[in-house]
Design a protein around this ligand. Structure first.
Ligand code: SF4
Ligand code: SF4
Length: 64
């Protein structure tokens, strides 16, 4: 399982990129994207998904 970013809602603030413990979030062609192969859903690192926790736009980092 992995999280994804709803591109149409993302403001590209960049906050999530540095909070991800798996280095799964990258800016690609002007959109922040989550690499599903790297996303661990923060399991073992945090109780909650850090991208969703830090994102200022509700329901933008969601389960894929
Ligand atoms: S759920 Fe966790 S591991 Fe997955 S992209 Fe978000 S911060 Fe990174
Ligand atoms: S924190 Fe939210 S709005 Fe900011 S870049 Fe990440 S997904 Fe987009």
């Amino acid at each position: 399982m992995a999280f994804k970013i709803i591109a149409s809602q993302c403001t590209q603030c960049g906050a999530c990129e540095f909070e991800c413990p798996s280095g799964a979030i990258e800016l690609k062609r002007d959109n922040y994207v989550i690499d599903p192969d790297k996303c661990t859903e923060c399991e073992g690192a945090f109780e909650t998904q850090q991208c969703a926790a830090v994102c200022p736009v509700p329901k933008t980092c969601v389960p894929a």
